[in-house]
Write a protein that binds this ligand. Structure first.
Ligand SMILES: *[C@@H]1O[C@H](CO)[C@@H](O)[C@H](O)[C@H]1NC(C)=O
Ligand SMILES: *[C@@H]1O[C@H](CO)[C@@H](O)[C@H](O)[C@H]1NC(C)=O
Ligand SMILES: *[C@@H]1O[C@H](CO)[C@@H](O)[C@H](O)[C@H]1NC(C)=O
Ligand SMILES: *[C@@H]1O[C@H](CO)[C@@H](O)[C@H](O)[C@H]1NC(C)=O
Ligand SMILES: *[C@@H]1O[C@H](CO)[C@@H](O)[C@H](O)[C@H]1NC(C)=O
Ligand SMILES: *[C@@H]1O[C@H](CO)[C@@H](O)[C@H](O)[C@H]1NC(C)=O
Ligand SMILES: *[C@@H]1O[C@H](CO)[C@@H](O)[C@H](O)[C@H]1NC(C)=O
Length: 459
């Protein structure tokens, strides 16, 4: 029954997609990019550049609001969009946004976001900076740090957060101990830092980054986050340092697999094709296919299994397929032997997405396995559709550039500063409308900063 929609032409109101035509795919991606950008208000008077609605104090459960990290990811998806299509419409907004949110130490740690700053949140902005490096996206120029320096800034900051006091190592989810979730060690923070390090090794040729990537991989592999069962690798979402990470939740998400897959693909290519990394890539890839391209829906259509069939994905989760789409395409380039397995999945998923982009004005929902519009709208839905269309435009001319193969972004291995020399302004509470109500609240804030820790309990 679920197969039916795929056997018939897309419904009348949907994005038309002809996979044999570059122009058709570009145009489909352009429609999704345009619809995605209708949510962006940061370029309007009085708004903050780089942010999506709700990014100053987000709650992923609230429809229509978007956490800071997702805005960062969106800018990267538009860098990819430019590279896939040559359409530079959004380039200046992208450039301004990334630089505006880089934070006082040039490592994507702006004080407005401290209250919920996760290791993973910083990483998604760093990935966007790396996308810029790898495509020679124009530098912002002037006093702005290079794209590569911004990613190195995050690397330098995060290596000082590696925590050996529990679980034998690993990154905690949150940067600051006063944040909820500091106890958790999660796949996206660890897999994300692994990918950042692998990409820095690939881009710069500096073995120190590769050594770090191996260290993070090895910790994940021995932790409960990775569980092997026959050919299947489960990458669970989180473990808890409060019980020394003795168990994991049993949740699987597309972006965790995509993050680890691409990181392994960069390592494979960086090592000139080591068989160890090749078998890791293959294991993550085949597990990704088994979990997120279910045979119930034809076997080739990407599906966020934990929440999409029931339409209860939160705001974050609705965007995850965008990242897996991009990272599958990159893997096909970096590990050429995987391309023939990956392309049919990208193609069928794009066709499915086009059929699901059947809301008014070709707005995209999320269930790519049916052409019946599911009624959802938002940045994540549009970004996912744009990214799967774009992934079908990737070609050998878009192999990620390294400093050896033509990337021009300037390296600064000491960029950013470490968490240990973070200024106290880092502990500011985000300014909200309520705060502006009176000086009294600001006074409380000033006092609580001095005692550090749990100010949010009293405000
Ligand atoms: C902000 O960006 C959007 C999307 O690109 C664009 O349509 C709009 O005209 C811009 N607004 C301003 C005030 O620059
Ligand atoms: C983008 O431009 C390059 C070089 O000018 C060209 O080879 C490529 O086909 C163009 N891509 C699209 C999608 O038009
Ligand atoms: C931080 O918040 C303030 C108040 O809303 C705003 O003026 C400023 O531009 C924000 N900075 C960043 C980097 O978001
Ligand atoms: C916590 O786990 C690590 C890694 O498995 C182990 O080396 C360490 O001994 C454990 N600590 C305690 C207190 O159980
Ligand atoms: C290589 O990276 C390490 C780690 O960031 C850094 O300390 C070192 O200076 C880098 N070496 C070169 C030659 O850039
Ligand atoms: C990969 O091969 C290149 C070219 O022979 C060489 O310069 C580089 O050091 C090799 N990389 C690794 C990690 O062995
Ligand atoms: C690394 O990627 C490049 C670009 O696609 C490819 O030509 C090369 O064969 C890859 N290296 C290996 C060892 O597969």
């Amino acid at each position: 029954m679920w197969l039916t929609p795929l056997l018939f032409p897309a419904a009348a109101m949907a994005i038309t997609l002809d996979l044999s035509s570059t122009q058709s795919i570009s145009s489909a991606a352009g429609t999704a990019a345009y619809n995605m950008m209708t949510y962006y208000t940061g370029n309007q008077t009085g708004q903050v550049p780089g942010l999506l609605p709700g990014s100053l104090s987000c709650d992923p459960k609230v429809t229509g609001t978007y956490c800071w990290w997702e805005a960062g990811a969106m800018w990267g998806s538009l860098i990819n969009y430019w590279q896939y299509t040559n359409d530079s419409t959004y380039n200046s907004i992208v450039s301004e946004s990334i630089q505006f949110q880089r934070g006082p130490e040039d490592n994507f740690n702006p004080p407005n976001q401290s209250r919920s700053m996760g290791v993973d949140d910083q990483l998604f902005w760093a990935f966007s900076a790396l996308d810029a490096v790898e495509s020679n996206f124009p530098e912002a120029g002037g006093d702005n740090p290079s794209w590569l320096a911004l990613a190195q800034g995050v690397y330098n900051f995060q290596t000082s957060l590696w925590d050996t006091s529990t679980c034998g190592g690993g990154f905690r989810w949150q940067v600051y101990s006063f944040n909820a979730g500091y106890n958790l060690k999660i796949a996206i923070a660890n897999g994300g830092n692994f990918q950042l390090s692998a990409r820095l090794a690939y881009i710069t040729g500096n073995q120190s980054y590769a050594d770090w990537a191996v260290k993070v991989w090895d910790w994940m592999a021995t932790s409960q986050l990775f569980q092997t069962e026959g050919d299947m690798l489960y990458i669970w979402d989180s473990t808890d340092s409060d019980n020394n990470c003795t168990n994991a939740d049993h949740l699987v998400w597309t972006y965790n697999y995509g993050t680890v897959l691409a990181g392994a693909a960069y390592m494979y290519n960086y090592t000139n094709g080591s068989s160890e990394w090749e078998s890791r890539v293959q294991q993550v890839l085949s597990s990704t296919f088994s979990l997120f391209f279910p045979s119930d829906y034809g076997g080739n259509v990407m599906t966020e299994m934990e929440c999409e069939p029931k339409l209860n994905c939160d705001q974050d989760q609705k965007s995850f397929k965008a990242y897996l789409s991009r990272w599958l395409a990159v893997t096909a380039l970096l590990v050429p032997s995987t391309a023939s397995q990956i392309m049919p999945k990208l193609q069928a998923s794009a066709t499915g997405a086009a059929g699901q982009c059947s809301g008014g004005g070709d707005i995209c929902g999320e269930q790519w396995y049916t052409t019946t519009y599911d009624g959802l709208t938002g940045v994540g839905e549009e970004m996912s559709a744009m990214s799967i269309f774009g992934a079908n435009l990737i070609s050998s001319s878009m192999v990620p550039l390294s400093l050896r193969t033509g990337a021009t972004s300037e390296s600064d291995p000491s960029a950013g500063g470490t968490a240990n020399d973070t200024p106290s302004s880092q502990f500011q509470k985000p300014i909200t409308t309520a705060d502006k109500a009176g000086a009294a609240i600001l006074t409380i804030l000033a006092c609580t900063i001095t005692i550090g820790g749990a100010w949010w309990l009293v405000t």
